[in-house]
Design a protein around this ligand. Structure first.
Ligand code: F6R
Length: 361
């Protein structure tokens, strides 16, 4: 049942080219995004996204996409904060709840709080018959299949794919994206399964790094723009399954505190595809290296060419248009955590103290 893999998590990581192809088949039609359930994003002023854990991180990425592609403001909250804060929700705000299980207690309570106040209750869930799906006005299926590993992988990546597809769709509805650009973006989405397969080739390089990572007591993850949430995903996965303390920071925030942590014992993973912010991230990375921090640069061929000098190591990813990079860079976040945990011999699929579905508050 693990299809020849040592753990369900490994199987689920390797399934991603297929699960992404599956979800694209549900959300795309020819060269257009056609969500399986309609929603008019032109009739809403704002989206309030709410989730926990990995789902919250997917929402953080989605904020960049909706704001850039659809000029639609997005607020993102952790469910356990959102539900008790009882903030105002305007009638033109749409509330979107993300959950793999569809049963997370805090997310469900947040949904019930928003009901009757928000313009509509939207959800993205992997279990179609779950409570969150049933209590939504509009629900979109993650179609990742059953996810067994406690640490979410394929459900996270499919959440990202759906959020990007919806952001493109919202951009079209709101007059921000014309038919030609939509076709281009859809072609980019259709290239993702192939690119994910290609990117899995970094696995051997990840294995080679785990010896060093497994020795560390702390690891810092850095990124800018949509790579900042990816830094959070890398840190969350690592903490969950390898029990190594990890923290994520927005690269530009480093000098406001965490740079005090940097010394030669600190591995610093930097997610930096060549995009508009690349040079800024590289200059933050150099600040780390000047203090003897051990930088692992995750970038593409052009980035590696430009910025490898003095780093501890480089993981070279396939080149991709920046808007799609978060989906591809989920793989190194997952693989570094997975192989570090395997190296340490922890229980990868059932990490201590964690449950797959958190139905307590
Ligand atoms: C991390 C992880 C958890 C879940 C969180 C929310 O790898 O899996 O952080 O993302 O417990 O669960 P769902 O998505 O079922 O609401």
């Amino acid at each position: 049942e693990k299809a020849g893999h040592k753990h369900f998590m490994a199987k689920e990581i390797h399934e991603q080219p297929q699960t992404v192809a599956d979800v694209l088949a549900v959300f795309l039609d020819g060269d257009r995004v056609v969500p399986p359930t309609a929603y008019d994003f032109a009739a809403t002023d704002r989206i309030q996204m709410v989730a926990c854990g990995t789902g919250f991180i997917a929402c953080m990425v989605a904020k960049y996409w909706f704001e850039a592609l659809a000029r639609l403001p997005v607020e993102v909250d952790i469910a356990s904060e959102y539900r008790y804060r009882e903030g105002p929700i305007g009638p033109d705000t749409s509330a979107l709840f993300l959950s793999q299980s569809g049963e997370t207690a805090d997310t469900l309570a947040a949904l019930r709080y928003a009901k009757g106040q928000a313009r509509a209750i939207l959800s993205i869930v992997n279990v179609p018959e779950s409570s969150i799906a049933r209590e939504s006005d509009v629900t979109w299926p993650i179609t990742a299949g059953v996810e067994v590993g406690v640490a979410s992988t394929k459900a996270f990546v499919n959440q990202l794919v759906i959020l990007l597809a919806l952001a493109i769709h919202a951009g079209v509805q709101r007059g921000q994206i014309d038919a030609a650009r939509e076709a281009e973006l859809v072609a980019g989405l259709r290239r993702l399964p192939g690119l994910l397969s290609l990117a899995l080739a970094i696995e051997d390089d990840c294995i080679a790094l785990t010896h060093r990572l497994a020795e560390a007591t702390d690891i810092l993850f850095l990124g800018r723009g949509p790579m900042y949430p990816l830094a959070h995903e890398g840190a969350l996965k690592l903490k969950e399954i390898s029990y190594i303390h990890a923290e994520a920071y927005a690269s530009g925030e480093l000098k406001h505190g965490p740079i005090a942590l940097v010394d030669r014992s600190l591995p610093v993973v930097v997610f930096a595809p060549t995009d508009a912010l690349f040079d800024k991230t590289v200059s933050n990375m150099q600040e780390v290296m000047a203090r003897e921090g051990q930088v692992l640069l995750v970038t593409d061929a052009a980035g590696a060419e430009q910025a490898s000098e003095g780093v501890w190591d480089v993981l070279v990813m396939p080149t991709v248009e920046p808007i799609f990079a978060p989906i591809l860079y989920a793989l190194p976040a997952q693989l570094l955590a997975y192989h570090t945990a395997v190296h340490k011999g922890t229980d990868v699929d059932q990490p201590r103290n964690l449950a797959k579905s958190v139905t307590v508050e």
